[in-house]
Write a protein that binds this ligand. Sequence first.
Ligand code: AOF
Ligand code: ZN
Length: 376
Amino acid sequence: MPDREEIDRGFMRQALELGALGLGQTWPNPSVGAVVTREGPGGPVVVGAGHTQPGGRPHGEAMAFEQAGAAAAGGTLYVTLEPCSHRTLRGGTPCVERTLLAGVSRVVSAMADPNPRIAGLGHALLRSAGIEVVTGVLEDQAQRSHRGHVLRVTQGRPMVTFKVARTADGFAGGAGQARLAISCPAAGEWVHRQRAHHDAIMLGIGSVLADDPLLTVRLSGLELRSPVRVVLDTALRLPPASQLVQGADAVPVWVIAAEDAPVEAEARLVAAGVEVMRVARAADGHLDLAEALRLLATRGITRVFSEGGPTIGEKLALAGFADEVIVSTSPVELGEAGVVAVRPGLAALLADPKIYAVAESGVLGHDRFQHFTRIA
Ligand code: AOF
Ligand code: ZN
């Protein structure tokens, strides 16, 4: 017989899997998974399960309780984030109240919600109502799943994943030449899946001008999950005829420009359905990345996927913003000197076990990949 802690971890794992399904869809809210169980003759059984819905409401607990109905009474709620205790204009019933109404006798929660309006109050209210509350179950996994939300409410910036593909000899492409087909189809599909689980894709104007990318999710079943497309475009050089702008009505395009970028260019892009935002330039004349990320967080973005190329990747990492880094390596060599994919500043950080840990590594079709997560 598994002991209670093992049982708790098992149902929490289910809740985490459910929560992960909604990543990229729930901003500005986190994607929370919830599972409700009750005792059956052979041990606990699931009577309700759900996760935060697109746009952030209903919350995960509401979905699970709705499914469980009266069967929740006397049962256990497993939830990947502390249930909310606050009432907002768009809010409806706080999850703490729903939990009390549902009549569960136990709540197992993975972590506290750092949102200052909640921050322990959800757990405390449940306890003071006589419910047994267990916290910290599979907390590391939950922290990682909610990393975008946590960073947004504690640091005012979204989580950033930087992804780069390289040839066997380490190049992102040939010097001066347009896009090189580095990744195999399996790796390409995986990238689309990653995109779908972020709120926004961000890249620099250089890559847009070189490749004219579409940056949507083109996986069957996930087509409607394309994130907001963000272009860092200091001087507003984005061509109105580009694929990005042409598709701006279907999938939003946000352009972040410097304060001094030409207003005529802004007017043309706005007329084509693009949203233009402005931030200050940093000392080096480029956009102030910290400010750009702050702006995205203000707009509700919690998870950013950067496919912006080696320079921006190194810059993000040196500034401490590259929370997750994915490097895929193809077996094909470029065979000549090209653009180095993992620049020295980023390489040094990735090699430092005090700063990055390898969260996952493996094979995707012909390619190898390594997924690093920043730990300090
Ligand atoms: C939960 N369950 O599924 C989620 C929670 O704007 P509101 O009223 O929807 O509240 C959003 C806040 O609630 C959000 O910032 C986060 O702290 C928490 N999200 N809480 O109990 C959920 N998504
Ligand atoms: Zn809630």
